[in-house]
Design a protein around this ligand. Sequence first.
Ligand code: ATP
Length: 199
Amino acid sequence: MYLKSLTVKGFKSFASATTLKLEPGITCVVGPNGSGKSNVVDAIAWVLGEQGAKALRGGKMEDVIFAGTAGRAPLGRAEVTLTIDNTDGALPIEYTEVSITRRMFRSGESEYEINGDSCRLLDIQELLSDSGIGREMHIIVGQGRLDGMLHAKPEDRRAFIEEAAGVLKHRKRKEKALRKLDAMQTNLNRLTDLTTELR
Ligand code: ATP
């Protein structure tokens, strides 16, 4: 699995539709300060479902929509499509190529699509949950994030590694199952008490 291409349109500084073709291996984005390098990474986080405006370096989610420049009027919507190569079947879907699209309008309304079919954010999160991408977006390591990781408490660091490895989901399920077992045991104890009283 690798990221194959990214198309941005009306997203932050990318007013016109712009497609970046990516190859397996390392891709470097080079450019002067303020030219939009970090906006490319923000677009990847956003299309994968990022919900926090702060994580996208904005004050509110609407800030991702192209706000206009001296020579160009603001736009009414932002759209990003990320195409992932899935020839190794890492994503649980029967397509060798998976395109995820997110669209947002100034009204705040959002749309999501998987291979052109509209879907819910949850569908995207579920599709990605075993791939190590996960909700916490640990695949994106922002400036200063490494420092945070090195100084994190051991439990937090462990949670980070578990999510990246796809273990966290199973740990959460185990905790839920143990809580249910606990509640069941309490009910059983109560039942035993009642039958003893009735004898
Ligand atoms: P540096 O090298 O300094 O980190 P960078 O290349 O990573 O810079 P970005 O932070 O990606 O640059 O881009 C910043 C630019 O994006 C600024 O010029 C800013 O005005 C522009 N920008 C951000 N949001 C919007 C928006 N909603 N509409 C128009 N332009 C935007």
